[in-house]
Design a protein around this ligand. Structure first.
Ligand SMILES: [Zn+2]
Length: 463
């Protein structure tokens, strides 16, 4: 199935042209004896890695590898495999035989969530190999297990699912074997579509051609990449919805859902126009651009899981977003009638589509919004199962828990499944945005200057 991504073209970026001599000097390039690899590369049973640990307890910020990009050239100089592009991840490549290669994938640090991201490009470089022939890739994971079946692209922009290329699987996922058909053209192989900062920029540029969409920069990542903000409104005195995405680099389906969701808000529909007349939607579409650029499994460039940093605020990315959020109404300041925040959504990906919400009895503004919204989505898509987990991570330092507890506002983590059909993501995300707009348009307006806002002034209940 072609994973067409609609109006936002996906660009794979080769960060630099590959020079053969520099390739051969690269320290990780190696062609080692076949017998040694055959001995070492048995599908042996290995211990699975432990789950997430406190990111601050066992490592220093400087201890993670900053770049995983490397390029491999085969012994006969006829096959080139590289991860030197934005989002690429291949830590090592070894040649087993003329057409068999062992690729090792490592996380950016130890003790990490098992979201084993990989992305590399492979091509035959010898003229006589321009006819189709297969190569075998044995993908082996250090500190993680196989999560993402491959997607492939011939241009780095248009992707198709390619689980059929997997020919062998280790019983607990430590290794998989893929058979990849090669011709004279490069082929990208990755855990999900490559959706990097430049792709998001193209999408945001396209959106901001409309007069009701403006762009700004709210800060910089650890490595100096800009953190972009979009403002979508036609109101001079709006209420606010705040959306963030991509704290976790491999979670591409969540980013795709976010783009469709925001497209619906910014689009030409009458509903979108009505919503923008009343609300401003603030979007920070890429909270972790360094992690995405380096093909990280989970963290930013300091090796910190940003969605466990929403109490420490030890990282520039979380601080930058928090600095924006604290401009809105707080529990202690609930009679201020400006900058009223009505909803916070953080887009992610997991194994299935699910809404991680605060507990159902949370005393948050707007009252009962979560249940009303999820009910409306279910009513709109009766054959689609709307899943809610209502007490997820409420005591962890997540964005959702922080917004709910600090601002007293409805906060939801909206997850799309890794393998949810991309057409389904488009229709559900668009429908969810429209149901959100309908409900929020009906929310009573805030009172005029100086009057007290009739919202919660009690502590939110998060238990
Ligand atoms: Zn996530």
């Amino acid at each position: 199935m072609i994973a067409a991504l609609g109006p936002f073209a996906i660009h794979a970026l080769m960060t630099s042209p590959i020079d053969d001599r520099s390739v051969l000097r690269a320290p990780t390039v190696r062609a080692i004896p076949i017998a040694a690899l055959l001995l070492s590369f048995s599908f042996c049973l290995l211990q699975s890695s432990p789950a997430t640990a406190d990111p601050h307890s066992k490592y220093s910020f400087e201890s993670i590898a900053q770049s995983s990009g490397t390029t491999f050239v085969s012994q006969k100089n006829d096959i080139l495999i590289t991860s030197e592009f934005a989002g690429g991840r291949m830590n090592r490549c070894d040649q087993i035989s003329d057409d068999e290669f062992a690729i090792t994938i490592e996380p950016e640090r130890n003790q990490i969530n098992d979201s084993a991201w990989y992305a590399f490009r492979i091509e035959s470089t010898a003229a006589e190999l321009s006819n189709t022939h297969d190569v075998t890739i044995r993908l082996s994971y250090v500190g993680g297990t196989h999560r993402y079946d491959p997607k492939i692209s011939r241009d780095g922009r248009t992707w198709e699912t390619a689980a059929h290329l997997v020919t062998r699987r280790h019983p607990v996922g430590k290794e998989v074997e893929m058979r990849i058909p090669l011709d004279g053209k490069p082929i990208w192989v990755a855990g999900q579509e490559l959706l990097d900062s430049e792709t998001l920029d193209v999408w945001a540029d396209h959106l901001s051609e409309q007069p009701h969409v403006s762009r700004s920069v709210i800060g910089k990542s650890v490595q100096g990449r800009p953190l972009h903000r979009l403002d979508i409104t036609e109101s001079k005195r709006p209420d606010y919805v705040f959306i963030i995405a991509r704290q976790h680099p491999p979670e591409v389906s969540g980013a795709i859902g976010m783009m469709h969701f925001v497209d619906a808000i910014a689009g030409k529909s009458e509903l979108g126009k009505q919503f923008r007349d009343r609300y401003s939607t603030v979007v920070v579409p890429m909270v972790n651009p360094d992690g995405v650029a380096h093909g990280h499994w989970r963290c930013n460039a300091n090796g910190v899981d940003l969605n466990r940093d929403w109490s420490h605020f030890s990282q520039p990315e979380t601080r930058a977003v928090m600095d924006q959020l604290v401009k809105y109404r707080t529990l202690e300041d609930n009679d201020r009638d400006e900058q009223r925040l009505c909803l916070f959504i953080d887009f992610h990906s997991t194994f299935d589509d699910v809404f991680y919400t605060t507990p159902r009895k949370s005393n948050l503004f707007p009252k009962d919004f979560t249940q009303d919204w999820l009910g409306a989505i279910q009513g709109r898509f009766p054959k689609y199962e709307v899943n809610q987990v209502a007490d997820h991570n409420v005591h962890r330092a997540t964005s959702k828990a922080w917004v709910a507890q600090t601002l007293g506002v409805t906060a939801i983590t909206y997850e799309f499944g890794d393998e949810t059909n991309r057409d389904t993501i488009r229709s559900v995300a668009t429908g969810a945005a429209e149901e959100m707009m309908r409900l929020l348009i009906d929310l009573p307006s805030k009172p005029t200057q100086g009057a007290r806002v009739a919202t919660t002034n009690a502590k939110p209940i998060l238990k």
